[in-house]
Design a binder for this molecule. Structure first.
Ligand code: UDP
Length: 322
């Protein structure tokens, strides 16, 4: 599917910029809308001249309307991302994720553009049912815990998308699982891979929260964006929600050891969760996706394992941030 006019909201973000590369390579006519809050135009440097870049926010309904009007397909990635971000700035994050998506979906509906909504594995909350399948129950904690506000706004976004789908809007939702790779910001939205790499390159100890036995399925960004493009362009995926994640479960401690294998001599220390997030925080103990649907509907499989993906990320990181 080439030659589409696509709009990528959040296209200067970590994931968004990789998606933009992929869409450009496929011959699409790409516009990026990004307010550069966590996005960085430098990530699009390779594409300068090849894309239209519009600096602005999804909170600006008129701008969103004008940009969506030019597009056949909208990849909606703009959001306040990352647990750290949401815990630190709950109000801005909640409003951006709720209102921004309202604007994008309303404009897509008005102008007849198909939309892919980027969602998150955070949706599943702290469920203990593994692997997590798309139609599973969600398990969240108290509303006094800011972390669950992120899950809640993204779930609201999904509900809204499916409500518009009932009215005829072509929609597909993908849920990401701990994506990592080159172009992670040193702050990395506080994500564990970015934190460990920043610490390792500055000779600081790697801070493992708690016992380090909590698990995630770290997904290399190329796999994530390949799945995203497939989800948006595979007719059979329309109207569905699909997990996009690696199925290899890794403890945070294993991740720390893997990072240390690239930086011999770096220490690993354990710190209480509360020291990083404050006392009103709950962690997800294990997180593993069921990717049967993505496999069946998209023919998608993650292709890059963690040792390989991390090696590529470290190589890039050394050049960019060291
Ligand atoms: N984590 C850690 N050290 C850090 C940053 C995060 O041990 O410097 C832990 C964090 O407490 C969580 C896991 O790594 O258990 C994944 O955190 P991240 O913020 O990357 O993603 P999420 O919790 O959204 O999966």
């Amino acid at each position: 599917m080439t030659g589409d006019r696509v709009l990528v909201t959040g296209g200067a973000g970590f994931l968004g910029s990789h998606l933009v590369d992929r869409l450009c390579d496929a011959g699409n006519d790409v516009t990026v809308l990004d307010d550069l809050s966590t996005g960085d135009e430098a990530r699009l440097a390779l594409r300068r001249g090849g894309i239209r870049f519009v600096e602005g926010s999804v909170l600006d309904a008129a701008l969103v309307g004008a940009e969506v009007a030019r597009a056949d397909l909208v990849y909606h990635l703009a959001a306040a991302v990352g647990v750290r971000n949401v815990v630190d700035r709950p109000l801005t994050s909640l409003l951006t994720n709720a209102r921004g998506t309202e604007h994008v979906l309303a404009a897509c509906f008005e102008h007849g553009a198909k939309v892919l909504l980027a969602s998150t594995s955070e949706i599943y909350g702290k469920t203990t049912k593994l692997p997590m399948a798309e139609d599973d129950d969600r398990v969240l904690g108290s509303t006094r815990i800011h972390r669950w506000g992120y899950s809640t706004t993204k779930a609201f976004d999904e509900h809204l998308a499916f409500a518009y789908a009932d009215q005829g809007l072509p929609v597909v939702v993908v849920r990401y699982f701990n994506s990592y790779g080159p172009r992670l910001a040193p702050g990395g939205y506080g994500s564990v891979v970015a934190n460990f790499l920043r610490q390792a390159t500055s000779g600081e100890p790697l801070t493992v929260h708690g016992d380090g036995e909590q698990t995630r399925c770290f997904t290399y960004v190329d796999d994530t964006v390949r799945g995203t493009q497939l989800a948006a362009t595979t007719p059979a995926a329309e109207g569905s929600v699909l997990n996009l994640g690696s199925t290899r479960e890794t403890t945070v401690l294993e991740l720390a050891e893997l990072v240390r294998s690239h930086f011999p001599g770096v220490e690993i220390v354990h710190v209480p969760h509360e020291e990083y997030y404050g006392s009103s925080y709950e962690d997800t103990r294990r997180r593993v996706p069921d990717v049967t649907r993505a496999r069946d509907v998209l023919g998608w499989e993650p292709a890059v394992d963690l040792p390989e993906g991390l090696a590529r990320t470290v190589e890039w990181w050394r050049g960019a941030h060291a």
